[in-house]
Design a protein around this ligand. Structure first.
Ligand SMILES: Cc1ncc(COP(=O)(O)O)c(C=O)c1O
Length: 242
């Protein structure tokens, strides 16, 4: 047996996943009529206590849709300089959302509440308006480091005080969850949007889900269409995740 440690994305579906995919009930998800996709979206949203979910082809797409939701022209995103959204998403913050980025430093890819506070732009004609803070958990380029809920709470408080949205790139959130065992619903309550990947530590062939409010996910569905991410009988993929 070859053990390939280049990435956790190299996994192949298990027998039970393949059986679930084979047996999946499907419909056209662009019409919102794929029962298996709907079930996956509802299942994950329920686990995190969030209102709705949106199944997408990749974690890059769920992150980029979230950034589009929470920014507009002449606005700015705060994130760590090693963030996936900045380093590895093809410059999508700029090309998809036309937003500016403020990059912060910090050990193990994590950013502190004080540094976030100090990085919020003043209401000044020279500065883009800060609208979004994006965190990553686990933090890939931070060596798989973990934020605990206690570390998120002061960041959430700053975002609320300053009218900022808070997004979580949780591509490998379940790795952090296995380690901390913290309540998923408590985590869901911290963020406006959460992206979780199914094709990494969870071993599914394809897919990520964006979680958020009904209003945000309704808008996200429209952005997904424009990004070319509307899939038809996607229930075959969602079945593997369920
Ligand atoms: C932290 C993090 N976020 C997002 C992504 C993007 O996921 P995808 O490859 O599905 O676009 C990755 C991919 O490895 C990642 O490591």
């Amino acid at each position: 047996m070859i053990i390939d440690l280049r990435s956790d994305t190299l996994t192949k579906p298990t027998e039970s996943m393949l059986a679930a995919m084979w047996a999946a009930e499907v419909g056209d998800d662009v019409f919102g009529e794929d029962p298996t996709v709907n079930a996956l979206e509802q299942k994950l949203a329920g686990m995190f206590g969030m209102e709705a979910g949106l199944f997408c082809p990749s974690g890059t797409m769920t992150n980029q849709i979230a950034i589009r939701l929470h920014t507009s022209l002449q606005t700015e995103v705060i994130c760590h300089k090693y963030s996936h959204i900045y380093l590895y998403e093809g410059g999508g913050i700029m090309s998809n959302s036309h937003a500016s980025v403020k990059l912060l430093d910090g050990p193990y890819g994590k950013i502190s509440p004080q540094d976030i506070l100090d990085s919020i732009n003043p209401d000044d004609v020279h500065a883009p308006e800060t609208t979004l803070v994006s965190l990553e958990n686990t933090m890939n380029k931070g060596g798989g480091s973990i934020y605990t809920l206690e570390e998120i709470k002061p960041i959430k408080a700053i975002c609320e005080q300053h009218g900022l949205k808070l997004h979580l790139d949780g591509a490998r959130f379940f790795n952090a969850w296995v380690e901390t065992g913290e309540s998923l619903k408590d985590w869901g309550a911290m963020f406006n949007t959460i992206s979780v990947c199914l094709s990494k530590g969870l071993g599914c062939p394809v897919g990520s889900v964006l979680l958020g409010s009904m209003t945000d996910i309704k808008r996200a569905r429209k952005v997904r269409k424009a990004f070319g991410g509307g899939m038809r009988q996607a229930g075959f993929l969602a079945a593997a995740a369920i």
